[in-house]
Design a protein around this ligand. Sequence first.
Ligand code: SF4
Ligand code: SF4
Length: 480
Amino acid sequence: MAIAKPSADNSNPDKEVALYAETDRIHPRKVKGTFRTLKWWSMVLFLAFYHLAPFIRWDRGPGAPAQAILADIGGRRIYLFALEIWPQEIYYLTGLLFFAAVALFMMSAVAGRVWCGFMCFQTVYTDLFVAVERWIIGDRSARIHLDRKPWSADKFAKKTAVNLLWALIGASSGIGFTLFFGDAFQTLTEIFTGEAGGAIYGTIAVVGGCCYLLAGYGREQVCIYACPYSRFQSAMFDEHSLIISYEAWRGEPRAPARKGQSFEGRGHCIDCRFCIQVCPTGIDIREGNQLACIGCGLCIDACNGIMDRYGLPRGLISYDSTVNIAAHERGEKGSFKLIRPRTLVYTAILTLVGALMVVSLAKRTTLEVSILHERSPLYVQLGNGTLRNGYTYKVLNMIREDHSFTLGVDGIAGATVQVVGAEGEGLDVPGDSVGTFRVYVTAPESATKGKTTPLYFILTDKRDGHVLRSSALFAGPEAP
Ligand code: SF4
Ligand code: SF4
């Protein structure tokens, strides 16, 4: 695509410049150091959790799933260890997600893009896929060389091996995903014996395919162009947030150097470009903070290695705050400031949401009702002059024992209740299920207050006498 655009010097305003430029494939170079080690550990923990968590067992009694973390689509339930979330309680999940989002904001305000650099699945799988390439083809120069070479048997064999291993990793990520949605042991057996349903194989294909394409071919493009979080993440930073920065005051003027030479009157950057070669997004951090920097710290490892080799102090590229970098320039030490308005606000939100969730979980009942008033008609006038309203009355029995209840009404003098199909029998609700009943309430018109009269349903457990009182409205004609 090309478009007429004035050139910078205005000498040729009709010159066409391309708005689309093909990017070169980035082949990060191997590096050793603290951040690289942290990234390996982060990858191991992530993959261990992802692939082993579905196999953790949790005893919920007979007849209940024994998987600690399970999204039971068929049973319309989410299990998180002792917590069991019903569709009616989806607000717990909303609370958990909100808490996680604010925790992520807090993490960014304190430690910059630490999520992107170390914990995001895109980073983890890209790292793993690059490790596979390095293992089969070799380090950066070997991979660049192979890419530039014309197709040969050797190139074909290596590329095929890399892609097969990527596909295998992709498939394992797809399989790992499905294990969170059914009994892990049973699902795994069914997958490998060909007995799993089409939905499971379809999910493996979609998740595995995305993993293969995004980590194998999308890579840094996903972080730079597709990830919405990278776009607004900088809004959570302030001058005390830790970010990856090149200390230009110390590095410039840069110039190549020989070992043992004096650095008097020049900068410490020897312009070796090692920091660029190890960067998974291929940027030059010496040009300043950039959206493409995922905060992985590999350029720090690279540069520290160079500084060690030349007997110079480490930290030319540092993981520090803007305030501290300015302090270093003035010859001061700098310090880390954790308590500041931004972190206090995030802490307050986290505490509030956390407390609300703990309180609501502590007060969580195992019995709930939902009442839906029939709309058409709102009421019926019977032959004897009384009014009748219809309701759909649902009882959520959230424990695994069958329960039997009696239902009564209160609030309107002379009102009576009738459960359709269970006259005089009470309401029987099997364990771990929702009982749905059609209920009629009849009341003398003289006891009602026109269009709506408050009414209370009284549900009493026949076994222990536990009472649940729920409010509703009784509809009638407008008072004359
Ligand atoms: S690794 Fe360090 S010395 Fe080498 S170019 Fe980067 S900043 Fe300069
Ligand atoms: S500039 Fe450094 S921290 Fe940023 S992505 Fe590249 S290597 Fe990672």
